[in-house]
Design a protein around this ligand. Structure first.
Ligand SMILES: *Cc1c(COP(=O)(O)O)cnc(C)c1O
Length: 362
C-alpha cells in the first residue's frame, strides 16, 4: 500500500479507490484552471454544473438507468431516506417491509410514524442470519410499496433474488452494495444508497426514482426538502447540495466506467469474497455468521468461540496493520467489509493473518 495507507475493513465510511484520491488531491488547490477548490465553488457556477451533470450521466451509463427514472443527490445520508420513502410513497398509507436486520428495522420504525407498516417476512427468528423466502408474500391490495434492505451491512446478508411484489413498487436500500454488481433498475420503483459505503464521502444519498412516483399531492406536513419532487424539479440543486460529495462520487463513477463497469466489479467482488469465505468454511476457529446462500459479497461477519477471543483477534489485527475489523456493537464478533475499493491483496493479507492467528492459537 502506498502512502503508508492501511487495509481498512470499515463498514463505512470506507476505502475509496486510490487513483481517485490521487486525482482529487491533484485538483485540490485549483480545479482545472477554475482558480478554486471544488469546496469553494458556487453550486450555481458553470464549472460545478458540469461536475454535477457528468456525475449523473456517468452513473446513468454505469447502471443503465432508463430515461423514465430520475437520479437525485440528497443530503442527510442514508437515514433521511427512511423517512423520505415513507413520506413520499405512502399514498394509501400502507408500506410492506421485509425485516432482515438493523437497517430494515430502522426503516420500519421510521415508516410507522407516517402510516401503517406490514412486515411481510422476517428473519428475526434466527438473528437475521438469512434472507427469508420472498416468493409468496402476503401483500395487501392497498400496499403502496414493498421495501427491502438489499444488503444488510451489519448482519452480512444479501438478496440473490428479488422479492415477488405482486405488481407493487419495489423499494430498495442498496447502501452497502451500491455499484457492486450489475442492477436491472427497471425492476425497482426506487433505489437509494448512502454513498459512504461503496462510493464516496458520507452525508449524501443517491436516489434513483421512477418518474411516476414523484408526487404533487404530498401531505402538508412534508417539508419542502423532503419531497423527491423538489429535488427532481431542480436537478438536485434546490438548495446548496453537498457539492464535494457529488464531485467525489462522480470521480468514482468515472473510475468504474473506465475499469470495466459493474460486470467487472462483480467478478472481482465474487473473487475477493470467495477467498475469505473459503477460509472461513474450513477454519476450526472462525465461523461465518450467515447462511451460505445469502452471504453478502460486501460485508463478512464472523466469530470465534468466545467474545474474549473476538476482542483478541481485533487487537492482534490492529497490531498487524489492519483496521476496523470489529463487528458492529449490536452483534459483536468480527466483520470484514470488502467493498469495491478493497484490493484483492487486502483480502489475501487478511486471510494470511487469520490463518497464522489460528495456527498460533490451536
Ligand atoms: C449505513 C447504512 C445506512 C445509514 O446510513 P447513514 O448515512 O449513516 O444514515 C442505511 N442503510 C444501510 C444498509 C446502511 O449500510
Amino acid at each position: 500500500m502506498k502512502y503508508g495507507r492501511t487495509y481498512n475493513f470499515s463498514a463505512g465510511p470506507a476505502m475509496m479507490p486510490e487513483p481517485v484520491l490521487e486525482e482529487i488531491a491533484a485538483e485540490m488547490m485549483n480545479y482545472r484552471g477554475s482558480g478554486m477548490c471544488v469546496m469553494e465553488m458556487s453550486h450555481r457556477s458553470k464549472v460545478f454544473q458540469q461536475i454535477r451533470d457528468e456525475a449523473e450521466a456517468d452513473l446513468r451509463k454505469l447502471m443503465g438507468i432508463p430515461d423514465n427514472y430520475k437520479v437525485l443527490f440528497i443530503q442527510g445520508g442514508g437515514t433521511v431516506q427512511f423517512a423520505m420513502v415513507a413520506m413520499n410513497l405512502m399514498k394509501n398509507g400502507v408500506g410492506c417491509y421485509v425485516e432482515t436486520g438493523a437497517w430494515s428495522k430502522k426503516a420500519i420504525a421510521e415508516a410507522k410514524k407516517y402510516g401503517e407498516v406490514k412486515i411481510v417476512a422476517s428473519s428475526a427468528d434466527k438473528n437475521f442470519s438469512y434472507i427469508p423466502d420472498c416468493s409468496n408474500l402476503d401483500i395487501p391490495d392497498s400496499a403502496d410499496y414493498v421495501y427491502i434492505c438489499e444488503n444488510e451491512t451489519i448482519n452480512g446478508t444479501t438478496y440473490f433474488q428479488l422479492p415477488e411484489t405482486r405488481g407493487k413498487v419495489l423499494v430498495s436500500d442498496q447502501s452497502s452494495m451500491f455499484l457492486s454488481r450489475p442492477c436491472d433498475v427497471s425492476r425497482y420503483g426506487l433505489i437509494w444508497g448512502g454513498v459512504q459505503k461503496n462510493v464516496g464521502p458520507a452525508g449524501m444519498a443517491v436516489v434513483i426514482i421512477r418518474e411516476d412516483l414523484l408526487r404533487e399531492d404530498l401531505p402538508k406536513f412534508v417539508p419542502t426538502y423532503m419531497s423527491y419532487k423538489t429535488h427532481a424539479d431542480n436537478d438536485s440543486l434546490y438548495n446548496t447540495p453537498n457539492c464535494w460529495a457529488i464531485y467525489c462520487c462522480g470521480k468514482v463513477f468515472r473510475y468504474l466506467l473506465e475499469n470495466g463497469g459493474l460486470e467487472t466489479m462483480h467478478r472481482r467482488n465474487e473473487e475477493k469474497a470467495k477467498i475469505l469465505y473459503d477460509f472461513l468454511d474450513q477454519s476450526k476457529l472462525f465461523t461465518g455468521a450467515v447462511r451460505k446462500e445469502d452471504r453478502s459479497l460486501m460485508n463478512v461477519p464472523f466469530v470465534t468461540p468466545s467474545k474474549e477471543q473476538d476482542a483478541d483477534v481485533v487487537s492482534a489485527s490492529k497490531a498487524a496493520g489492519f483496521d476496523n475489523l470489529k463487528g458492529h456493537k449490536s452483534v459483536g464478533g468480527l466483520r470484514a467489509s470488502i467493498y469495491n475499493a478493497m484490493p484483492k491483496e487486502g483480502v489475501e493479507a487478511l486471510v494470511e493473518f487469520l490463518k497464522k492467528y489460528e495456527a498460533e492459537h490451536a
